[in-house]
Design a protein around this ligand. Structure first.
Ligand code: KIV
Length: 274
């Protein structure tokens, strides 16, 4: 690769650049990260977008849903990730209860995230029902990624984590919401766990990039939760998940070797002391 081409590749990813990627048919890679060390590795590996997802509530704090995580906690994770990232676009989720129902509060939450984490943009879940919040946040110049389909902050309304928008009425609303998000000025939309055919239709109708998780291959990019794809959440095996590593086994073997070495007084050896 020429130096000029490499410099171009290493440029910071912006919302504008994601749009260019969609236009030339280049798929967008997106993965979650919640801390400095993993964000550095993921960024240096060449990820386009790093999502500081409210899935931190599950993966980092051990909650069963995303609902309990607070704005302060998301800001803590966001700050840690941003410090590590040089190239990827960093998106921070606004957590449950910080943007629905009151657009002034939504703006205040988004402003806190942008000021305190220095992230590039925020992500929020929902369509028509959060229109005012979207408008107010966008009016402050804060870029928004929307999120439709299986929106985990509404899990108590859904009552199940199964595929959404299989029925015509829900699919119709999802299409309308996706168009609304684009018209309002969102720079991208994430579609979670919906039929591939529906997601492909949405991606072809929208000019903005559509990122899927459990939404098939006809969208403009893919996102996964880092702990799932690295094999740190063994009990979680939805059909859409591809595991790229089995870190749980690797870590267990390493930790057990260390315990064994300590017990049999093999560690530290002569060279590992002062
Ligand atoms: O919080 C998260 O990790 C997400 C992804 C599932 C898209 O929103």
């Amino acid at each position: 690769m020429s130096v000029a081409k490499r410099d171009l590749e290493n440029r910071k990813v912006t919302t504008h650049r994601l749009m260019e990627m969609k236009q030339r048919g280049e798929k967008i890679s997106m993965l979650t990260a919640y801390d400095y060390s993993m964000a550095r590795i993921i960024d240096e590996a060449g990820m386009d977008v790093i999502l500081v997802g409210d899935s931190a509530s599950n993966t980092m704090a051990g909650n069963t849903t995303t609902l309990p995580i607070t704005l302060d906690q998301m800001i803590y994770h966001g700050k840690s990730v941003v410090k590590a990232v040089k190239r990827a676009l960093v998106v921070v989720d606004l957590p449950f209860g910080t943007y629905q129902g009151n657009s002034k509060e939504a703006l205040a939450s988004a402003v806190r995230v942008m000021k305190e984490t220095h992230a590039d943009c925020i992500k929020i879940e929902g369509g028509l029902e959060i229109k005012e919040s979207i408008e107010r946040i966008l009016s402050a110049g804060i870029p928004i990624m929307g999120h439709l389909g299986l929106t985990p902050q509404s899990i108590n309304k859904f009552g199940t984590y199964t595929v959404r928008a299989k029925e015509e009425a829900e699919a119709k609303k999802l299409i309308e919401d996706a168009h609304l998000l684009e018209e309002l000025g969102c720079f991208s939309v994430t579609l979670e766990k919906i039929p591939a055919k529906l997601a492909t239709q949405v991606a072809s109708e929208l000019a903005i990039p559509v990122i899927g998780i459990g939404a098939g291959g006809g969208v403009d990019g893919q996102v996964l939760v880092m702990h799932d794809m690295l094999g740190l959440t063994k009990g979680f095996s939805p059909r859409f998940l591809r595991r790229y590593a089995n870190l749980e086994d690797i870590i267990t073997t390493a930790v057990q070797s260390y315990i064994e070495d300590v017990k049999r007084e093999d560690f530290p050896n002569e060279k590992e002391q002062y």
